[in-house]
Design a protein around this ligand. Structure first.
Ligand code: GDP
Length: 332
């Protein structure tokens, strides 16, 4: 059993903004142990909901696009504007490769040293569903600890962007100019989800190309149907290395925030995300209980073999298994 603190110690530490305790609480939240799951619920129950006043920014982009350099610079700017910044990461690579795309180097050197910032050094690991859940919970913990500007970073390689999009107020896509493939492996759907695109590394010889790319992406975005929010996704250029375009990007986020506050769709975005979270939790919990059921476990291999052999239709097999599970539930 991992060493854990008493519930009250987590709650008091988080409320006092103690980064070491916050870190340890996030470790609890990331754990899939049954005892840690109940501890998480107790911790969350003991914390106030300060979420309305925070801003949650999601950032994605392929490895090497400059995310950590950008977040370091941008985070320092946000601190200067009087916010407290927390950086969390969703890294779907780790469960497959055991290595981590986001956590393998010293990242965000200025931000990790800043007293008003909290950088979660190693990203959450595990299945995407598990990582999504724990990141959402970690956001709540950070907010309860007084961090009012939350950055959730992910790599632009797949499903994780959709997950991050569902937990943030603003979704920013970092891209490069002239890196060959027009969309750099970023699927059209990801571009469509973006509230903003920043063409990064717009410095030195790259400036002109960055401006050209900006025009190109702006045109591409105009082809998408208008968003329900009334917000037209914007394309900007920036350089995380030189700090250029950072104040403008911050101003854009604050502009977005003001507009969304005055607009019904924007004001209800967090409510919709909360509902989605609840339904996802219901689905995943029921699924987990189903597969953990001893009779289901006993029947499953034979049923799978019959489906593969074409002896039973998949739908019927599923119905049989579900019936078995529900009978079991009734008896419990
Ligand atoms: P990440 O993998 O997306 O987190 O990218 P990093 O922040 O680690 O940056 C990858 C590489 O690009 C590093 O060698 C950085 O020094 C470089 N880099 C990052 N941002 C910029 C930038 O704004 N301009 C230039 N020219 N290089 C940058």
């Amino acid at each position: 059993m991992p060493r854990r603190l008493p519930v009250a110690t987590y709650i008091e530490g988080i409320r006092a903004g103690d980064r070491a305790v916050l870190s340890r609480a996030i470790t609890v939240v990331e754990s899939t142990l049954e005892s840690d799951r109940s501890l998480t619920v107790e911790i969350l129950n003991g914390l106030p909901r300060w979420t309305a006043s925070s801003f949650r920014l999601g950032i994605t982009g392929v490895p090497g696009v400059g995310k950590s350099t950008f977040i370091d610079r941008f985070g320092m700017h946000v601190l200067e504007r009087g916010h407290r910044v927390a950086v969390l990461a969703v890294d779907p690579s780790s469960s497959l490769t055991r290595g981590s795309i986001l956590g393998d180097k010293t990242r965000m050197e200025d931000l990790v040293r800043a007293p008003e910032a909290f950088v979660r050094p190693s990203p959450a690991r595990g299945s995407l569903g598990g990582v999504t859940r724990s990141t959402r919970e970690a956001i709540l913990l950070c907010e309860a600890a007084g961090y009012d500007f939350i950055v959730v970073e992910t790599v632009g390689v797949g499903q994780s962007e959709i997950a991050v999009h569902s937990m943030v107020d603003f979704f920013l896509l970092l891209m490069l100019a002239g890196a060959g493939d027009e969309l750099q492996g970023i699927k059209k759907g990801i571009m469509e989800m973006a509230d903003g695109i920043a063409i990064n590394k717009a410095d030195g010889d790259n400036q002109i190309r960055a401006r050209e790319a900006r025009t190109e992406y702006q045109k591409a975005l105009h082809l998408f149907p208008p968003s329900k929010s009334g917000w037209q996704a914007q394309v900007v250029t920036c350089s995380g290395l030189k700090g250029e375009g950072i104040p403008e990007l911050y101003a854009m986020l604050m502009d977005y925030r003001e507009r969304m506050r005055g607009n019904e769709w924007g004001a209800s975005k967090r409510q919709r995300q909360a509902l989605q979270w609840m339904h996802e939790t219901v689905r995943s919990s029921i699924e987990a209980r189903f597969y953990a059921d001893t009779r289901v476990k006993a029947e499953l291999p034979a049923m799978e073999a019959r489906v593969v052999a074409g002896e039973i239709a998949p739908t019927l097999a599923a119905n049989d298994l579900i019936r078995l599970y529900l009978q079991r539930e009734k008896k419990d």
